[in-house]
Write a protein that binds this ligand. Structure first.
Ligand code: SF4
Length: 578
């Protein structure tokens, strides 16, 4: 079964901004924190905000304290005044594109124009817009309502930002015919128009379309409506729990899109559930492959195999013989640390990867034993390679184990950091350095070649690739990590800047082995290895262009890069021997 995920699925700019402001509010503004009305039309996000201490108020009390956040839809100006008079601090998360419509309305209302808003009169955005028109505002939900309005000397028309684009086109034609002097402002948000256009396009390529989003979300309802009108089976669901696997089982290609108020982590969960459709209803090869991929990823066996392959590659670049013990050390260390990391990171997996969370709860004891025994075995093998590799690995293991422990008592805490994991960005950097150490530095150490140029370049290259891998996963998990308060590098830098950084690094890692080959620091294998960062670069670009969302397949693909490095090394070895 093929899955097509809409590029435009998920939070639009305005909603993302409002949700981030709400998540940051408890630590930045005076508590208690409220939103004026539900922040977005998504019950799961609202539940989560409630858990984080962001409550909803629907009416303005006579007096109050704390902070009130105005949601992306905006409010009439009088609401802000009343909130301030009641004693609240007001933070305004009105979407900049809604502010633009409010500005058009206010400017024209002040000049005496009648303001006709085409939209849903009960929608909070429309209520807010009306507030800017004073007593000159009118709302029409369709052409009949528009035709029933009195004729005005001068009037403007604006659209609710999430209006169906086709309806507004009809409205404009009607106005041209009946009131050519009225001025029409195309205020439908690009994000809405693009989302709707993409649904029309995808509908022609799939057997069924899943629209993810709150049942009361107007823009999600419109997406489902557009899909249904195109004649394909359409399923409007709020979460993966609403999926009808039986109804989907006959579909060969399934499309997935989502409303502007649907967070990525809910879409990811739906994608992962839909990926399971063949394993629940289908049989044969696909089912076996999917289950195998999932098991290898969840147990970290696949990522450990990747570390082993990367170690094999690094050893070949450094021309270190007898690589097997080093590859085992790398595999066992990575298996141990990643499993421990997953065991302690279940809070964010609840959002990012619920299957993994359930798996780790179900097999907790087994996984703890696996992590401990693989860590101990890795140390034992390192011991056979010399005192230095053993001590370094021991230090790295202790560091890994203490990553989540409170190392500094609260009263001596500086800058709010009491655990290593509290240091912003520490996870991404430490994982990468640990990978670099076990895949290149330890093998070099045990063969007494630590400071050679080839060793340095290999260390930088392997650490860098591991950094890109981890940071890329961090980008995919940004929304879930933000919710649980994890400060990964993508959260600190923002998605766009993080992607730019990864692209630059990957270009560097494409040229690094090639240039090292040219100047003789690396053997000819260096030329072949440029393919690994190049493939990763392609994946990053594809993701940036919105063609992929996290799922088992993407995770498997990324983890396969190190296996690819091992395969290239093996191939070069065979070719050079023959
Ligand atoms: S749909 Fe457009 S106007 Fe509405 S909140 Fe999102 S970005 Fe802003």
């Amino acid at each position: 079964m093929k899955i097509i995920i809409a590029k435009t699925a998920g939070f639009c700019m305005g909603v993302r901004r409002a949700v981030e402001m709400a998540l940051d509010a408890p630590s930045r503004h005076s508590n208690p924190i409220f939103t004026y009305g539900p922040l977005i039309h998504n019950p799961q996000v609202l539940e989560l905000l409630e858990e984080k201490g962001v409550h909803i108020i629907r009416d303005i009390p006579e007096t109050g304290d704390g902070t009130v956040l105005i949601r992306a839809h905006g409010v009439p100006p009088s609401v802000k005044t009343d909130l301030r008079q009641a004693g609240f601090t007001v933070i305004d998360a009105t979407c900049p594109r809604v502010i633009k419509v409010q500005t058009i309305i206010r400017k024209h209302a002040q000049k005496g124009y009648a303001v006709i808003i085409i939209g849903d009169r009960d929608h909070p955005e429309v209520t807010g817009l009306l507030g800017f028109a004073g007593d000159r505002g009118y709302v029409a939900g369709n052409l009949e309502e528009l035709a029933s309005l009195p004729a005005f000397d001068k009037a403007i028309l604006v659209a609710q930002t999430t209006l169906n684009t086709r309806l507004f086109e009809d409205v404009k034609s009607w106005v041209q015919m009946h009131h050519p002097d009225y001025e029409c402002f195309h205020t439908i948000c690009d994000s809405t128009a693009e989302r709707q256009a993409e649904v029309r396009k995808i509908a022609g390529q799939v057997d069924a379309l899943i629209v993810v989003g709150g049942c009361s979300s107007g823009n999600t309802q419109r997406l489902a409506e557009i899909s249904r009108r195109s004649g394909i089976p359409t399923f409007h669901i709020e979460t993966e729990a609403d999926l009808d696997f039986k109804a989907l089982s006959g579909a060969e290609t399934i499309g997935i899109t989502a409303g502007a108020s649907t967070p990525n982590w809910i879409i990811n969960r739906v994608v992962r559930a839909v990926e399971r459709v063949p394993s629940q209803n289908g049989a044969g090869v696909m089912r076996a492959v999917f289950t195998l991929q999932q098991t290898l990823l969840m147990t970290n066996v696949y990522v450990a195999a990747g570390a082993g392959c990367l170690c094999y590659t690094c050893a070949a670049l450094m021309k270190i013989p007898n690589i097997l013990p080093h590859a085992w050390v790398a595999m066992l260390y990575v298996l141990s640390m990643h499993t421990l990391n997953n065991l302690t990171g279940l809070k964010s997996d609840r959002y990012n990867d619920p299957d993994r969370e359930a798996f780790y709860h179900r097999h907790r004891l087994f996984l703890i034993c696996l992590a401990m025994s693989s860590g101990a075995m890795g140390l034992l093998i390192a011991c056979t390679q010399g005192a230095m590799p053993f001590l370094v690995l021991l230090m790295m293991s202790v560091l890994g184990l203490s990553y989540n422990l409170r190392l500094i008592p609260e009263r001596f805490m500086m800058a709010g950091y009491s655990r290593i994991r509290d240091i912003p960005g520490s996870k991404t950097i430490l994982i990468a350095v640990a990978w670099g150490m076990v895949t290149s530095a330890l093998p070099a150490m045990s063969s007494g070649r630590s400071l050679e140029p080839a060793v340095m370049v290999v260390f930088l290259w392997s650490t860098g690739l591991a950094f890109v891998r981890t940071a890329f996963f961090d980008i995919l998990d940004m929304q879930g990590d933000r919710i649980v308060g994890k400060e990964t590098i993508p959260i600190l830098l923002g998605e766009a800047r993080s992607i730019r950084m990864l692209r630059t690094l990957l270009l560097l890692f494409v040229f690094m082995p090639v240039c090292s080959g040219v100047i003789g620091v690396f053997p000819p294998l260096g030329y072949g290895l440029a393919v690994c960062p190049a493939v990763m670069l392609l994946l990053v670009n594809i993701h940036e262009n919105g063609f992929m969302l996290p799922g088992i397949r993407l995770e498997f693909l990324v983890e396969s890069l190190f296996i690819l490095a091992g395969a290239v090394t093996l191939l070069f070895g065979v070719l050079l021997r023959s």
